[in-house]
Design a binder for this molecule. Structure first.
Ligand code: FAD
Length: 553
């Protein structure tokens, strides 16, 4: 990590790209790191790495006419990763359509005509302007959040994962690096206190809880009011969809999320089947845009708050937090999705966060370089993770318990995996044990058809198996199916009879649960389709049903 802010230039003509990079280095190389790319996707990959390393990007210079992804499309996606980076578009000739689009879509700061010779006259004044703008708007304090931790400390991993998934830029230092030691010393603590987080204004926090961390890095954790029209529990696609529609339609809406908005979708490296994104979109980008959209419409978002109870108090629906506090509303939407099942194998619990991870754990990607990564699971989420890690790891093996992938994974993904050289798929195999001294070193696999076991060396195991709704807290309040999924609408009727205790003279509305005014949407709903699009759709639909409920009150 150089620590210098980045100037990134992307042009599909390698000679032009080299020339821009050379001119930029000559003038700005001392204070900025110049990164060049030959295509939009390559530049986005570079930006993601920069982001993971916690470095900052000062300016982006993109060629307009590039195959695959044009300069405006690139800048639009890049803005999701580095909203404060200044933007310039390069074209070979005056192209007014591109200029208008660039101004409307990506709020471009400058429009540069190629060639820019001599740079002293045509390039440097523009870049000087970009950098001056960046320096005046760069939110340095937030950018300077630092995390000092151990490579194999589960809580260090969780803190980094929390910051990454909440789009909070930070720098990561291992506790034994010179800078890590210096920071520990400055905070007056030893390595046992990690993870140590040093906030923007220099406050050291030793092993902070998610809630303390959220508050100190500027995420909202306390509701602004004690009564709302709608409380949404869960900030995945269903909850975000409802927040956008609730906010935009004038409902006083608050969304409560226990970890990071985005839910499962936020962990997806590439969603290729969501309407309107023919080239795919990373789950993080999609859900970060949705979060901004919901905020724009006035919905409130609380992060790092766990909802642990629901109570009916007359016409009010009361949502209780794990710390004992509560908020009330006319209506509640349950959008709590599902979580991964634990891997049942010897030694797993002790190595979770030390080489064994649930979900794709994007923060670990750079560390998997040169390693053999095992991915457990046969569904799309596991397939996407295999594609993603194949870019970093030496080898990736997908471990599938069933005898083929065809039944559990989309065809497009199976084809993609087949085309990647360093990915292999093993079917009829299960993980029997995970072993290692302080961190994962070996995995014992069992072939379920021959019943033979073997031990293999492994640096990382990422688990993507099954999905369980975490709904125990609704016990005795809201009716659920035997697997814990929330029953709603027609699924509540047995032989046409309404659920026990149902107080109204009408059937439950389509997404309404056994408690009038409490709705369910997305993966947590019994019989729902487990997809991003259907979760978003149900979130939107729930708001329209909520209007109907409120009108009748
Ligand atoms: C890696 C991966 C890749 C995927 N890829 C695709 C894909 O390509 N295409 C596709 O269509 N689908 C994909 N899926 C499935 C898709 O992401 C889910 O169907 C979708 O996210 C469900 O949305 P949801 O809002 O219902 O629930 P979730 O996304 O599960 O979100 C629920 C949220 O509620 C929060 N929560 C839970 N309990 C509480 C509580 N008590 N208090 C506060 N907050 C709580 C959770 O932290 C979570 O953020 C993928 C899933 C994964 C894991």
């Amino acid at each position: 990590m150089t620590g210098k802010p980045v100037l990134l230039t992307v042009d599909d003509d390698p000679s032009v790209s080299r020339a821009v990079a050379r001119d930029l280095r000559r003038r700005y190389g001392e204070d900025y790191r110049v990164v060049r790319a030959d295509s939009g996707p390559q530049a986005l990959d570079a930006l993601k790495e920069i982001r993971l390393r916690g470095d900052r990007v000062a300016a982006l210079l993109a060629d307009y006419r590039m195959p695959q992804m044009n300069g405006i499309e690139f800048l639009e996606e890049a803005m999701d990763l580095f909203p404060r980076a200044r933007r310039a578009l390069l074209t070979a000739y005056a192209d007014t359509d591109a200029a208008i689009q660039a101004i409307n879509v990506v709020d471009v700061d400058h429009y540069l005509l190629k060639p820019w010779d001599p740079p002293e006259e045509k390039l440097y004044p523009v870049v000087d302007g970009l950098l001056e703008l960046w320096r005046s708007t760069d939110d340095r304090p937030v950018e300077e959040t630092k995390v000092v931790g151990h490579r194999w400390s589960p809580r260090s991993h969780e803190v980094r994962d929390f910051l990454t998934r909440n789009s909070v830029p930070y720098r990561w230092y291992t506790a034994d690096s010179p800078e890590g030691l210096r920071l520990l010393d400055a905070a007056g603590v030893d390595a046992a206190a990690v993870p140590l987080v040093i906030t923007a204004d220099g406050e050291p926090l030793s092993a902070p809880s998610d809630e303390v961390l959220a508050r100190r890095v500027g995420l909202s954790t306390t509701p602004a009011s004690d009564f709302y029209d709608l409380v949404i529990v869960g900030g995945g696609p269903a909850g975000l969809g409802a927040a956008v529609y609730g906010g935009s339609e004038g409902l006083r809406t608050v969304l409560v999320e226990r970890r990071a908005t985005g839910g499962q979708a936020g962990q997806s490296s590439r969603i290729e089947n969501y309407l309107g994104f023919p080239d795919g979109v990373s789950g993080g980008q999609l859900t970060e845009r949705a979060r901004r959209q919901a905020l724009k419409f006035g919905a409130e978002m609380l992060t790092a708050r766990v909802v642990s109870g629901l109570e009916v108090r007359g016409p009010a629906r009361v949502v209780k937090f794990s710390d004992g506090s509560e908020i009330a509303a006319h209506t509640v939407l349950l959008a709590t999705g599902v979580s991964y099942r634990r891997l049942e194998a010897d030694g797993v619990d002790g190595l979770t966060g030390r080489g064994v991870f649930y979900g794709s754990a994007a923060v670990e990607a750079p560390a998997s370089e040169g390693q053999h990564v095992y991915i457990v699971g046969g569904a799309n989420s596991a397939g996407q993770a295999a594609v993603y890690f194949s870019r970093y790891a030496d080898r990736v093996t997908l471990l599938v318990r069933g005898d083929s992938l065809e039944r559990s994974m989309s065809h497009y993904l199976i084809e993609q995996l087949r085309a990647i050289e360093n990915v292999s798929v093993r079917t009829s195999v299960m993980v029997e044990a995970c072993q290692g001294d302080g961190h994962l070193e070996r995995v014992r696999l069992r072939d379920v058809s021959s019943d033979k076991s073997e031990e293999v060396e492994a640096g990382f195991v990422f688990v993507f198996i099954g999905a369980a709704p975490l709904t125990d807290w609704l016990d005795g309040v809201v009716a659920r199916d035997p697997a814990g999924f929330v029953l709603a609408g027609p699924d509540l009727l047995v032989d046409g009879r309404r659920p026990a205790g149902w107080p109204l003279d009408r059937d439950p509305l389509y997404l309404e649960t056994s408690v009038p005014g409490v709705f369910a949407a997305g993966d947590v709903r019994s019989q729902s389709v487990k997809r991003v699009a259907s979760a978003v759709g149900e979130g939107a639909m729930a708001v329209s049903l909520i209007h109907r409920y409120l009108e009748k009150q």
